[in-house]
Design a protein around this ligand. Structure first.
Ligand SMILES: Cc1ncc(COP(=O)(O)O)c(C=O)c1O
Length: 404
């Protein structure tokens, strides 16, 4: 008789965004006339930039010719894309990362979820609270969670690092020593960032205690201030303690095209074993490569036209972020994020819980956001709004919220 992986049964409740979708669907059914504005889920809304679409067309035409046809992609991704990434995203920022340390994939979510496979089951993980749920859930599925306590909303074997207004939404070094540390900056959901000095402290700590930092930089394109690192490899010593995840979803609108990559430096070792070798083995065994057409689209992200067009696209979303941040602040709300990030993290008014405010906002302003408590217990009493809507809708949503 077969048995299931009962670690899956330890995962609490339904997925945050399906609960939101159900609530919005129920409201829309009862109020068919409502003009609902969605600033909840972190999906982009602007069309793919022309330089990228041109590359897609060209690559599609190539695929229809005997000379231009491409079958399975190389395991690590096409050299034309990996060398562009290494040069433009890393070497141009003074990071010592080479093309053969880049693993192209179909997005950061899969890589963030899968990376734990190359580590022993008895590793202890540390996560920020609130947190992008993939880091916790993928480890719970693998059996690293321990027991879930519904009262504290925490797993017994996971080290939680609260990110609150008191620490400016930046985690402090944990009291217990972790083996794997998930960090995401600019942060989802709080929109906070770490300065280079703060991130350097984490790198020094990880090297000291022999931990690996799993650094999710999916939102680096939104960094606007100096002294905020775009990559963990800007810090000295990161090559021996950090893996970095990147995505084309937020900088180039590829949420529906699917492209990302993971950097595993060859200096990152457990004894004599390079994590690079393990991830290459995993990638080669379980993944068959991002499509040629999409990797060509990715290459166009780094062309002069692509870069110029994407700069405008990011600026468009950041204008929305400013509209939300400034509008809510002037209306008396306590807000943070939104400066180096497309996420605005607001405190719910009048002591409402995150879900109470969700319902209140849906009903009275027809605006949908994301309850902070859905990202972890320290998110209770907070609410996330995203800058990924259209400008017109964003302005309208903020006007409505100002009138509440
Ligand atoms: C922190 C973080 N990492 C990764 C992802 C997923 O990126 P991708 O679309 O490349 O899978 C998201 C998406 O919202 C995210 O918020």
């Amino acid at each position: 008789m077969f048995k299931i992986n009962d670690n899956y049964l330890k995962l609490p409740g339904s997925y945050l965004f399906s609960t939101i979708a159900q609530k919005v669907a129920a409201y829309t059914e009862a109020h068919s006339e409502a003009d609902i504005i969605r600033l909840g889920i972190g999906d982009v809304t602007q069309p793919i930039a022309p330089a990228i679409i041109e590359a897609v067309h060209k690559a599609a035409d190539e695929m229809g010719t005997p000379e231009g046809f491409h079958g399975y992609a190389p395991d690590l991704g096409y050299e034309f894309l990996r060398s562009k990434i290494a040069k433009e995203d890393f070497q141009a920022r003074g990071c010592d990362i080479s093309a053969d340390e880049i693993f192209v994939s179909d997005g950061a979510k899969c890589d963030c979820g899968n990376i734990q496979e190359i580590f022993s089951l008895d590793n202890r993980i540390a996560v920020c609270d609130p947190v992008y749920p993939v880091y916790v859930d993928s480890n719970v599925m693998a059996g690293r969670g321990g027991v879930y306590d519904a009262a504290t909303e925490r797993f017994s074997d996971i080290i939680y690092m609260p990110c609150t207004a008191e620490n400016n939404f930046a985690p402090e070094l944990p009291a217990e020593t972790p083996d794997l540390i998930y960090l995401c900056f600019p942060n989802n959901p709080t929109g906070s960032v770490l300065t280079k000095e703060q991130l350097q402290q984490w790198v020094d700590y990880a090297n000291k205690v022999g931990a690996v930092i799993l650094y999710d930089a999916a939102y680096e394109a939104y960094i606007s201030e100096d002294n905020i690192p775009h990559s963990i490899y800007e810090c000295e010593g990161a090559r021996t303690c950090a893996i970095e995840f990147r995505s084309f979803s937020k900088n180039a609108g590829f949420t529906g095209m699917r492209l990302g990559f993971t950097v595993v430096p060859k200096d990152l070792k457990c004894g004599d074993v390079m994590l690079h070798t393990l991830w290459a083995r995993r990638h080669g065994t379980k993944y068959n490569g991002a499509p040629y057409i999409i990797q060509k689209a990715g290459e166009a992200v780094y062309s002069p036209e692509g870069k110029a067009q994407l700069k405008k696209q990011v600026a468009y979303y950041m204008q929305n972020a400013h509209v939300i941040y400034d509008g809510l602040k002037s209306a008396g709300y306590t807000v943070s994020g939104g400066v180096n990030s497309p996420y605005i993290w607001m405190k719910t008014p009048d002591g409402m819980t995150s879900w109470e405010f969700f319902d209140y906002l849906l009903e009275h302003a027809n605006v949908v956001g994301t309850p902070g408590s859905g990202f972890g217990p320290s998110g209770e009493g907070y609410f996330r709004l995203t800058a990924f809507g259209t400008y017109e809708n964003t302005v309208k949503a903020v006007e409505r919220m100002k009138q509440l």
